[in-house]
Design a binder for this molecule. Structure first.
Ligand SMILES: Cc1ncc(COP(=O)(O)O)c(C=O)c1O
Length: 375
């Protein structure tokens, strides 16, 4: 067992945000000094350009959060009453909530129990004439399989909105998360792989017309001096945009370190059959927002981790169809793979700044907890 260390917290935001502090402090100071807070703010434009470049698309529209990015994307796609939006139950509630707020009906497709991503065939079978958008989650950073669902949506004129709030920098071949669909939605909350100061988000797209609608809606429907349509203020704060620009410069290195830690975890835990979501053939296919194991007897396993000082959490403890606000809405949904996965999933520490010794400590204690379950 690794010595000295007695605890590894599940998350350590102070540590995450200390990395690159000198550069980010300088970036924030320069932004403060520029007082460039009115529109158009070059601080926002600079981040939008950099984020679009990183994602390999022509446009990024930055927003105040991932939740407002979802709402903005749905608004720009014209989603409203009478429309159906198809997504998964094991996502953060905002994915469905934003569509529900617009009066659309949300339907939930089950997940593939191995990858925790949308079950493509079930989703294709659920498409109707009313389906306006399909919103697959890249769960916990793993690029979802979209090879059948994408073309099925395109053939029917249904928008594919990638729920990429976990998946910064995940890619399939040369296609980055966010660039595979009609648009992709990101959160830059402080715990996300590309972590902002507090709140932030973006919608990315290669579609010039969609980008134009997104920009307009993000600024009260304004075109030139006129308010030509409805919209609202969903905009990111320029200081946040500036902070994110400095973080983005570090991000390729940070995400590679996450992948290196995940590789060590995968090698250590694979033999127990608990690494479905995390074990990807190409490590670039995952951003490892969180590292999720699927273990039998989770309570016993977690008790043991707690006793050994290894932090853990569950993403997400209650699936959407089991949330109080949505019980009646999804009363007749049948989502057995999600329900089963919900009993098994547990996330263990993986974040920027985790040391090799801490990774070793986590590995040792997770392995002995898994050995105990197997005994
Ligand atoms: C999958 C997913 N979608 C949307 C959101 C909402 O993002 P935000 O918290 O930035 O509003 C989150 C944030 O936790 C998320 O994990």
């Amino acid at each position: 067992m690794t010595s000295q260390i007695t605890t590894v917290p599940f998350r350590d935001l102070a540590r995450v945000h200390t990395i690159g502090r000198t550069a980010s402090r300088a970036g924030v100071s320069a932004a403060l000094d520029s007082v460039d807070f009115t529109r158009p703010s070059h601080l926002i434009e600079r981040f939008e350009t950099a984020w679009a470049d990183y994602c390999g698309v022509r446009h990024a529209v930055a927003t105040s959060s991932g939740s407002t990015a979802l709402l903005l994307a749905y608004l720009a796609l014209g989603i409203g009453p009478g429309d159906e939006v198809l997504t998964v139950p094991n996502t953060f509630v905002a994915t469905a909530e934003a569509a529900l707020l617009l009066g659309a009906r949300v339907r939930l497709a089950d997940i593939d129990p191995a990858t925790l991503a949308i079950d493509q065939d079930q989703a294709i079978g659920m498409l109707t004439d009313r389906t306006k958008a399909v919103v697959p989650l890249h769960p916990f950073g793993r690029f979802a399989e979209l090879d059948r669902l994408g073309p099925a949506c395109a053939a029917r004129g249904i928008a594919l909105v990638e729920e990429a709030c976990h998946a910064h920098g995940a890619r399939r071949g040369s296609v980055m998360a966010g660039a595979a669909g009609d648009c992709g939605v990101f959160s830059f909350g402080p715990t996300k792989p590309l972590a902002g100061l507090g709140e932030g988000g973006a919608v990315v797209t290669d579609d010039d017309e969609l980008a134009e609608r997104l920009r307009r809606l993000n600024n009260h429907g304004r075109v030139g001096g006129q308010h030509a349509g409805l919209g609202l203020n969903f905009r990111i704060h320029p200081i946040e945009a500036s902070y994110l620009s400095t973080r983005l410069a570090l991000y390729p290195e940070l995400v590679e370190r996450r992948r290196e830690i995940a590789r060590q975890y995968n090698d250590a835990f694979r033999e127990y059959g608990v690494t479905g979501n995390t074990d990807v053939a190409d490590p670039a296919g995952h951003s490892y927002y969180v590292y999720v194991l699927a273990v039998p007897e989770r309570d016993r396993f977690c008790k043991r981790l707690t006793a050994d000082g290894v932090g853990w959490d569950v993403h997400y403890p209650i699936a959407i169809h089991r949330q109080q606000a949505h019980l009646s809405r999804f009363a007749d949904s049948c989502l057995p793979h999600c329900d089963e996965a919900q009993q098994r999933i547990v996330s263990i520490p993986l974040y920027d700044g985790l040391t090799d010794a801490e990774v070793g400590y986590v590995i040792d204690h997770v392995r002995s907890a898994l050995d105990d379950l197997a005994a």
